[in-house]
Design a protein around this ligand. Structure first.
Ligand SMILES: Nc1ncnc2c1ncn2[C@@H]1O[C@H](COP(=O)(O)OP(=O)(O)OP(=O)(O)O)[C@@H](O)[C@H]1O
Length: 363
């Protein structure tokens, strides 16, 4: 099956930046990952976790200290950046302000020495792809940020790379435009069939756009999975905490097996949880419960506490409950037009955690 063939593979890649004297930074630490052909693959993680470093190694702007990068099974170490079937869209766009939109888009093809008629046809096709035909002869200094972003994409796509690397390409755009461009990028990836490797530290952007996400921290990939995998079945606490909002509860595992566990909470309640790895009975455990998977009840629940804060968000309401054990637990309720959330600050409430709501985590 061609769809499963890795387009890009990192095998045991380490990149150490040596500073002056003793200090050195291990930006990537023995990273292995396989990115499939035609995939929208996202590298997600906090600032400094190594996302850009991995992208630069794939592009050929930098070299691994150890390990190798394969493109369709071939080690690409000997290939300089311009010989790799890979192109990059930078955060800054890096357009030429004195050139027209069309000349910017055709620039890479011109550098490759392609014939003029081919360049013109390709530029027209790219203008159509990014819906910019009308602005063909404008200088890029005379178009908006969102339009510049489209030109940068068209320019990177014009030479028909097999892989497109995108380093936080939407971060300079305002919220609405960013949302529009997210949909636009998905459409472009779908229409061109090119493998996209997208870097972001914005978890919402990663969840909405990606086929699969690699969650990174301190030079390591902690989990690779679909948006659903990493949101609903995070393998460890860092992933659960970094993606979306979540509640953590501590308890003791009573029995576990076959991906399930029963955990006794400090409140005395017993909760059934899914478990990505095996846990031994008697061990201490951290449970994760997403705020939308818990329910406030007026009587007794699995947990009990007092409402401390109610925050209205339009589509939903976040209700913060101070548990009797001391921590704050957040419940998210969807709003309806006809009624408020039905609770008030200072009210004693129970929190009910459904059978399928909790996940046991590795710390
Ligand atoms: N040329 C360099 N020399 C020394 N250290 C570097 C160099 N480039 C990156 N680093 C360090 O390597 C680590 C990873 O950096 P990288 O740029 O890959 O992170 P990132 O996840 O892309 O972060 P951001 O989201 O802030 O762009 C950081 O600690 C960074 O300071």
């Amino acid at each position: 099956m061609t769809a499963m063939r890795p387009a890009v593979e990192a095998k045991g890649v380490t990149r150490v930046f040596r500073g002056t004297g003793q200090d050195s930074v291990r930006a990537l630490d023995n990273v292995s990952v396989a990115i499939r052909e035609n995939e929208f693959f996202t590298l997600l993680g906090p600032s400094g976790c190594g996302k850009t470093t991995l992208l630069r190694l794939i592009a050929g702007f930098d070299f691994p200290t150890d390990g190798e990068i394969l493109l369709y099974g071939q080690d690409i170490a000997p290939l300089p950046p311009f010989k790799r079937p890979v192109n990059t869209v930078f955060q800054s766009y890096a357009l030429f302000p004195h050139m027209t939109v069309a000349d910017n888009i055709g620039f890479g093809l011109k550098m490759l020495g392609r014939p003029k008629v081919e360049i013109e046809a390709r530029v027209d096709a790219m203008l159509k792809l990014v819906h910019m035909q009308e602005l063909k002869n404008r200088r890029t200094s005379q178009i908006s940020g969102g339009q510049q972003q489209r030109v940068a994409l068209a320019r990177a796509l014009a030479p028909q790379p097999k892989v497109l690397l995108l380093d936080e390409p939407l971060s300079a755009l305002d919220y609405k435009l960013r949302k529009e461009m997210q949909i636009e990028l998905k459409r472009l990836q779908h229409e061109t069939g090119i493998t996209f490797i997208f870097v972001t530290h914005d978890q919402e952007e990663a969840l909405t756009m990606s086929d699969r996400i690699a969650v990174m921290s301190s030079g390591n990939i902690l989990q690779v999975g679909t948006p659903w995998d990493v949101y609903d079945h995070p393998a460890e606490r860092f992933v659960a905490d970094f993606i979306g909002e979540t509640n953590f509860l501590t308890g003791t595992v009573e029995n576990a097996g076959n991906g399930q566990a029963q955990v006794a909470l400090r409140s005395g309640a017993k909760i059934c949880a899914t478990a990505a790895v095996d846990f031994r009975a008697g061990s201490n455990a951290t449970l994760m419960v997403r705020p939308e998977h818990a329910k406030l009840v007026k009587g007794r629940g699995d947990l009990s506490g007092t409402i401390e804060n109610i925050v209205y968000f339009g589509t939903d309401t976040h209700i913060h409950v101070r548990l009797d054990e001391g921590d704050v637990f957040m419940v998210r309720q969807q709003n309806s037009r006809s009624a408020g959330c039905g609770f008030e600050n200072g009210t004693r409430v129970g929190i009910s955690i459904g059978d399928d709501a909790a996940q046991l985590l590795k710390d």
